[in-house]
Design a protein around this ligand. Structure first.
Ligand SMILES: [Zn+2]
Length: 126
């Protein structure tokens, strides 16, 4: 499961960051996940629960914010969201088309690849 290694490195980074403060409790962690990363939200929450066991993050809420895929076309100048088709094999899954919806040209992905901790809701000791 790809999500476990991703969540492990996110959690490691958060714990390193929290070391600099006198944190008594972590209420929640918000992460921004690009839709192009193919990371499953449910799998990530499940991995988070396991990975944080025995750490200061244990019991905190794991909030996932989606980042939509956006493209930029060099040929016609199109800027905007990727066209998405649904995957016939999975109901909840969709496949982004990484080509210009206007002219079919090659595009640069400008958004949708993030996998970062956006914010943390923590309680510090006086
Ligand atoms: Zn184009």
């Amino acid at each position: 499961m790809h999500e476990v290694s991703v969540v492990t490195s996110l959690v490691d980074a958060v714990i390193r960051e929290l070391d600099r403060y006198n944190v008594t409790k972590v209420n929640s962690i918000t992460v921004k996940i690009g839709d192009l990363t193919n990371l499953g939200e449910e799998q990530m929450s499940f991995a988070y629960e396991i990975v944080t066991r025995g750490t200061i993050l244990e019991g905190s809420e794991f909030i996932v914010e989606h980042e939509p895929i956006e493209l930029e076309c060099k040929q016609c100048g199109f800027k905007g969201p990727a066209k998405v088709i649904s995957d016939p094999d999975y109901d909840s899954h969709s496949i982004p088309i990484l080509a210009c919806p206007e002219c079919g040209g090659a595009v640069k992905v400008t958004s949708g690849q993030s996998c970062v901790v956006k914010c943390m809701d923590i309680e510090e000791a006086e």
